[in-house]
Design a protein around this ligand. Structure first.
Ligand SMILES: NC(=O)c1ccc[n+]([C@@H]2O[C@H](COP(=O)([O-])OP(=O)(O)OC[C@H]3O[C@@H](n4cnc5c(N)ncnc54)[C@H](OP(=O)(O)O)[C@@H]3O)[C@@H](O)[C@H]2O)c1
Length: 336
C-alpha cells in the first residue's frame, strides 16, 4: 500500500492519478472534504471518466500536525510520498510554516521509522539550495547558506529536509526531489495555476531574474522511478529549463492570449513596491504579496543543473515550451 500526503494539491493530485492509473493500491490523506474537488479537477484533465479512478483511492482524514490521525493513515503502508506542505512567502505565516513544513515532516518521517516503511520520497524545493559564487550552475552540492536572503518558505523547506536526513541516519530509506517551479493543469485558483489566470487578464511587467521550470508530469515520473529504483538517501534537482522571467511571462501571455508584458520591473522599482506592500499590510492589514526576499529571488539570475537526475535515470525532460502550450490549452478549455 502506498501513502500520499498532499493529494489535494497540484503535485499530490497528479501523482495520485499516475498511481491509481497504474493499478497501485493507494491511500491518501485529506483535511477538508471540499478540497477533494481539486483532486477530481486534476483527474478530469486526463480523462472524462475520472470518478472511476478517483474512487480507487482510499481517503483517510488526517493532518500531518496531528500524530494520532496519522496512525490510521499508515496502517499496512510500505511506501510514502510526502507532498504535503504549506506554501507561503508571507513573513507573518512563519510560525505556521514551521509547524506544517518542519514539524509535520518530522511527524511523517518518525511514523515511517516506527512503521518500518520501505522507502519515502519527500518533495522539497530548489529554494533549499544555496547561492553560488560567480553565478556558477547550482547543483545538489550548492549548500544552504543561512546568511542568504532566504524566504520564510525556504527556511522551513530546508528544516524539513534536515528532518528527512536525520531519519535516514536512523535507518529510513529516502529520496528527496528538489523541483523548480512546477507547471501543471487542473488547479487554477492559487499557486502556479493562478499565473495562467493572471496572464490572461494581462501582466504588464517582467523582472530581470531567471525562473527554473519543470512540468508536473516529469516531477511525478521521476518520483515514481526513484521509488522503484535502488537509489536511496540522495537528493535530486528537478529543473527542465532555466528561463528568464521575460521569456517565461511573454510565452505564457502568448499561450493564454493575454497582453504581452513588455516593461521591466527593475530592482529599484521592486524595492519601492515591497516597501509599499509592507506599509499597506501594517496600516490596513492587507495580505502581503511582495516581500523583500521574494523581490530578491525575482531578480536573481540563478541557473540550476539537473545533470545528476539525467545521469541517474537517463532522463529526458519534456520541453517547457510544449508544456506551457498544452497546460494553457487546458486552462482556456476549462476557463469558459
Ligand atoms: N508548486 C510548485 O511550483 C512547487 C515547486 C517546488 C516544490 N514544491 C513542493 O511540492 C510539494 C507540493 O506542492 P503543491 O504545489 O502540490 O502544493 P499545494 O498545491 O499547495 O498543495 C499542498 C498540499 O499539502 C496539503 N497540506 C497542507 N498542510 C497540511 C497539513 N497540515 N496536513 C496535511 N496536509 C496538508 C494541502 O492540503 P489542503 O488541500 O487540505 O490544504 C495540499 O494537499 C510541496 O512540498 C511544495 O513545497 C512545489
Amino acid at each position: 500500500m502506498i501513502l500520499v500526503t498532499g493529494g489535494t494539491g497540484l503535485v499530490g493530485a497528479h501523482l495520485l492519478y499516475n498511481l491509481v492509473n497504474s493499478g497501485e493500491k493507494t491511500r491518501a490523506i485529506y483535511r477538508n472534504e471540499k478540497k477533494l474537488r481539486q483532486t477530481k479537477d486534476v483527474f478530469a484533465c486526463y480523462t472524462n471518466n475520472y470518478q472511476l479512478l478517483f474512487d480507487k483511492i482510499e481517503w483517510v482524514q488526517a493532518d500531518i500536525q496531528d500524530i494520532p490521525s496519522l496512525e490510521a493513515a499508515f496502517n499496512q503502508v510500505t511506501h510514502v510520498y510526502h507532498c504535503a506542505a504549506f506554501v507561503s512567502f508571507e513573513p507573518d505565516k512563519y510560525a505556521l510554516l514551521r509547524k506544517i513544513n518542519i514539524e509535520g515532516t518530522a511527524n511523517i518521517v518518525n511514523m515511517c521509522l516506527e512503521k518500518n516503511i520501505q522507502k519515502l520520497c519527500y518533495v522539497s524545493s530548489i529554494s533549499t539550495l544555496g547561492k553560488p559564487i560567480n553565478n556558477e550552475l547550482i547543483t545538489e552540492d550548492t549548500h544552504w547558506n543561512p546568511e542568504n536572503e532566504n524566504t520564510v518558505y525556504a527556511i522551513t523547506k530546508y528544516g524539513a529536509e534536515m528532518e528527512v536526513w536525520r531519519a535516514t541516519q536512523e535507518g529510513l530509506n529516502a529520496v528527496i526531489v528538489n523541483p523548480g517551479v512546477i507547471l501543471g493543469s487542473g488547479i487554477w485558483k492559487y499557486g502556479t495555476g493562478s499565473l495562467f489566470k493572471k496572464a490572461k487578464k494581462g501582466i504588464k511587467y517582467y523582472t530581470q531574474g531567471k525562473i527554473a521550470l519543470i512540468d508536473v508530469k516529469d516531477v511525478i515520473d521521476i518520483m515514481t522511478r526513484l521509488m522503484a529504483s535502488s537509489i536511496t538517501n540522495q537528493r535530486f534537482i528537478l529543473v527542465a529549463e532555466n528561463w528568464s522571467y521575460k521569456k517565461f511571462l511573454q510565452n505564457l501571455a502568448e499561450s493564454v492570449k493575454g497582453a504581452i508584458p513588455n516593461k521591466l520591473a527593475s530592482k529599484g522599482l521592486l524595492s519601492i513596491l515591497w516597501r509599499l506592500d509592507w506599509l499597506a499590510h501594517k496600516l490596513i492589514g492587507k495580505r502581503r504579496q511582495l516581500t523583500k526576499h521574494l523581490c530578491v529571488s525575482l531578480s536573481a539570475e540563478k541557473n540550476y543543473s539537473s545533470d545528476k537526475i539525467i545521469e541517474a535515470l537517463n532522463y529526458k525532460f519534456t520541453p517547457i515550451e510544449g508544456s506551457l502550450k498544452s497546460i494553457s490549452d487546458q486552462f482556456l478549455k476549462q476557463d469558459q
